[in-house]
Design a protein around this ligand. Structure first.
Ligand code: FAD
Length: 490
């Protein structure tokens, strides 16, 4: 048989899809719902529904080429092995950005995996020629889409509505927007039409809700490839009178590639700190009270609370608020990074293992090479939500407060509390911890550990797992380790 099964996963598109391009008109497109994914407690119904919409869109695209997508449910390697036994060749795009690394390895051994996505597969560590490889990928022409595809002979094993019904899919969050390539293309166009607002909106939680691209879940599920986004933005920049306005956005597409490499290089990224010196840091000091307050948005710090409530309600917050909430959890509340990262992973619409868990490790200081940026949530209000619009949107009990009062509600006098109806400690909590003291303590701790953390990179395995971009010089880091000795006295 000359037909080739094209197994879609996080590549829910027809354009710029290497496996599909290689299969050409002989493609037999399929998607397999893995019960392990559907039942994973970190996968929200909102995200499952988003993927279902992506599949509906994908099917429409295939129908336009006289084909369709066949849906299955089961252990993907078993389903694919069955199809292989029937005589199909199995094509897929290699991708380690999921929790089932062993399955990925099996698939790579048994079936025909394609690379060519800017990610280097190399057991020795990928960073040597990484930048050149990434540039080469992102600047090259997209893979050809087949003009026409022969009829799909496979009977679908399951229907989308059966998935919805069997797994009781009831999206918990406000609708983000329909999944799929069509919507991704529309968003990219609309966003680039208004890109001049982007640079000044990125850090403001309320402006970012409108003015950043919101392409993250579409890129995550491959409704559009990073290369398509990059090339289109570059082309628009070239034809624009203000090409510099596109730079920040284009940089982020590189960041995406850079971070995706990390999960290829480090299968334990989502569960172990990159740096062994910080393994299980704070795990023993778990505080149910602090964790619950953070999750519910009841820490007494208005911007943290608004961000956490927005995350749970909508599945999306901007980069700065993600970073601030992560540093608050790890450095200020002194909690184990992994528990916070899992909570984000469950609630984000764009949950991406590489980005989420690496950003969490970075913003918890446990990679061991980055500067400790401990965001101050009161300063962040002054800088990024000066009128308190975002806070008031998600923390309605603070709506009566003036811009001055909302920065530190706990400093309001009794009279102010009576006047605004905000009784601190009753209808809005007192700050759960003293932020300043906790930040100082954390800084001291990490300063003391710096030498040890740097020295950990002498180990080849640790260096490989860190998968640091080429700007980090290993020899320099190791050399600096010995300069830090006296710091252990802190
Ligand atoms: C703790 C933490 C967790 C995060 N978890 C995720 C996650 O699970 N999934 C995710 O897609 N992003 C994550 N980010 C990165 C970033 O916050 C989001 O990509 C961005 O806010 C998505 O909104 P947007 O599409 O409007 O972004 P835009 O600003 O419009 O950026 C365009 C695209 O660039 C990519 N991008 C943007 N920032 C980054 C970054 N720092 N690293 C890598 N790629 C980036 C995304 O694909 C994004 O869609 C996280 C950041 C932090 C600090």
């Amino acid at each position: 048989m000359d037909r080739k099964v094209v197994w879609h996963r996080n590549d829910l598109r027809l354009r710029d899809n290497k496996a599909l391009s290689e299969a050409g008109q002989k493609a037999v497109p399929i998607y397999i719902f893995d019960p392990n994914w559907l039942e994973n407690e970190l996968v929200s119904d909102t995200r499952i529904e988003f993927v279902i919409e992506c599949l509906q869109d994908l099917n429409r695209q295939y129908q336009a080429k006289n084909s369709r997508i066949a849906l299955f449910k089961g252990n993907p390697v078993k389903v694919l092995s069955g199809l292989q036994d029937e005589g199909y060749e199995i094509y897929f795009n290699e991708d380690a950005n999921h929790f089932r690394r062993q399955m990925e390895e099996k698939a790579r051994q048994r079936f025909t995996g394609f690379t060519g996505d800017g990610i280097v597969r190399n057991k020795e560590g990928a960073r040597k020629n990484w930048r050149a490889n990434a540039e080469n990928y992102i600047k090259s022409k997209p893979f050809r889409t087949p003009e026409d595809i022969e009829d799909n002979p496979l009977e679908a094993g399951i229907k989308l509505d059966e998935i919805r019904e069997k797994y009781d899919i009831e999206p918990e969050k406000k609708k983000f927007g329909p999944g799929g390539s069509k919507e991704a293309g529309k968003r990219l166009q609309d966003f680039l039409d208004n890109i001049e607002k982007y640079p000044s909106s990125i850090s403001s939680p309320i402006k970012a809700e409108k003015n950043t691209s919101h392409l993250s879940p579409y890129i995550r599920y491959g409704c559009v490839s990073r290369r398509q986004v990059f090339r289109h933005a570059k082309w628009r920049a070239k034809n624009s009178e203000k090409p510099d306005k596109f730079e920040m956005f284009i940089d982020r597409i590189y960041w995406h590639l850079n971070i995706s490499q990390k999960v290829e290089d480090n299968p334990k990224l989502h569960k172990e700190s990159v740096n062994p010196v910080f393994r299980d840091l704070n795990k023993e000091d778990r505080s149910e009270e602090k964790i619950n307050a953070w999750k519910k948005g009841e820490t007494g710090y208005p911007l943290v609370d608004a961000s956490m409530r927005a995350l749970v309600e909508t599945g999306w917050i901007n980069f700065r608020m993600r970073a601030m909430c992560a540093t608050f959890f790890s450095y200020i509340l002194g909690q184990w990074w992994k528990e916070g990262a899992d909570f984000f992973y469950k609630h984000l619409i764009d949950s991406d293992i590489a980005i989420n868990y690496y950003q969490w490790q970075m913003h918890s200081g446990i990679v061991g090479v980055h500067k400790h940026r401990i965001y101050n949530p009161t300063k962040q209000i002054k800088d990024n939500d000066p009128e308190g619009k975002f806070i008031k949107k998600y923390v309605p009990e603070l709506r009566a407060l003036s811009p001055e009062q909302i920065v530190k509600p706990w400093e309001m006098s009794d009279k102010e509390q009576r006047k605004t109806g905000v009784d601190i400690g009753k209808n809005y909590p007192e700050p759960i911890v003293n932020r300043k003291n906790k930040a100082q303590k954390a800084r001291k701790f990490f300063k003391a550990k710096k030498g040890e953390a740097y020295a950990a990179f002498k180990d080849d395995e640790v260096w490989k797992r860190a998968s640091l971009s080429p700007k980090h010089d290993r020899e320099q880091i190791i050399e600096n380790a010995s300069n830090q000795k006296s710091l252990t006295e802190y």
